[in-house]
Design a protein around this ligand. Sequence first.
Ligand code: KIV
Ligand code: ZN
Length: 514
Amino acid sequence: MNDKVLIFDTTLRDGEQCPGASMNLRQKLEVARQLARLGVDIIEAGFPVISEGDFESVKTVATQVRGPIIAGLARCVPKDIDAAAAALKPAGKRARIHVFLGTSKIHRDFKLGKARAEIIRLAIEGVKRARKYVRDVEFSPEDASRTELDFLIEIVEAAIGAGATTINMPDTVGYATPEEHGRMFAEVIRGAKNSGDAIFSCHCHNDLGLAVANSLSAVRNGARQVEGTINGIGERAGNAALEEVIMSLHTRRDFFVPAHTNARLKEIVKTSRLVTRMCGFVVQRNKAIVGDNAFAHGAGIHQDGILKKRETYEIMDPVAIGWGTTELPLTKHSGRHALAIRLKHLGYELDKEELDAVFARFKGIGDRKKFIYDDDLATLVGDRISEVAEIWALDYLSVTSGNQTVPTATVRLKKSQRGKEPLMMQDAGTGDGPVDASFRTIERLTGKRGKLLDYQLRAVSQGKDAIGEVTVKVDFGDKVPVTAKGSSTDIIEASAHAYLNAINRTLAFATSKK
Ligand code: KIV
Ligand code: ZN
């Protein structure tokens, strides 16, 4: 058996599928490029038949990202497979079509209304159709962990016989326990006569918090591909967090030997941060590997031990996974060229227009803040590439507040109008606090009222003059709430930018539906 464990990243498909995590094409491309630098083996870039947007993002990633195999998801339905093949065409020999079909009794009886024989027939047809387009076909018996073992073996054998080169057995609803999950892999690999002709893959959801443990158990029992997402994002409780899988296999290589991955550990923290920034899902502080506290030692006894010998309380070297590698900060005196070089070093590929926009904001921030750190730069780039058509923009904001004052905001907005001079509109209003006063005034001016579901503020970098990044989740009555960000050294201004960004997003969404 080949002992390399392939890392299959589905951040852009299963990860992005979760409400509120959606990314625009530009953001997806940036994530895909970083995943390639991380050294993942396969990037699942989307589900092409689902929407024009998904089709375009799979096609763009297939065209522009070099290195990993690019996969597109499809049901065992001709139009899905044809769409996936068309979107993946630019990837040439690096294209993989991933077909899936529900196989558990509950899926067969209630979702699909089909008997076992019909399911087998559809699986064979789906795999064969995909094989007409590409040599690399993955088949997933959806809800494998709740599928009867004899039927699972039968369908796996049939799919491999039809030409599937990878068999992925998902724990779709996060129901399995590690021991059971490992046993399923061992028994299917032993039971399917042609199992040697395919690579076995696991795809675990985290409903019981067991996704990583289940994935590792699958590897111990013969899986040689692990599917998951960065930061574990995904529907419901998410998918297996790939950074945890990669670091478990690396840190405990004594236990998992000879299984190993080829991931570039140094890129882990950068990748995690980029995904956070692009999809707006903040990682909890105590999250393993990439949380802010993952390597923070509060107890004096630990600190003392670490100083004497790091390994007394640290099982991983934080620097090896990309923590603490910040370079000398830039200042307002740094030029466009210095900025471009630093951004390139950070892994961003910006065109001239994007660089100009980031440079203009860099200069603005430089007037307010002495040092501009890598995290500040990443926020400026993130803001730029997350932009939607700016229908409403903040022109002026003045706020008064205090413990004996009614919080009041005066806001002037610029409304862009096609082919005409922008319209300037000004108003003032009060609220429970300065943020509330600003949001209410913005709502009155724009005529868009929303329910604020979540508000988070974090300092992007160090120091009292750090840039504050505000993330808001607002329900404007659309199908899904909008998540948006804004940043500034002034947190009230950052809040106003975030709220306007949310309004621009909901308006852009409404226009794209027309
Ligand atoms: O969780 C799941 O079953 C999936 C399949 C489409 C692979 O995401
Ligand atoms: Zn899934």
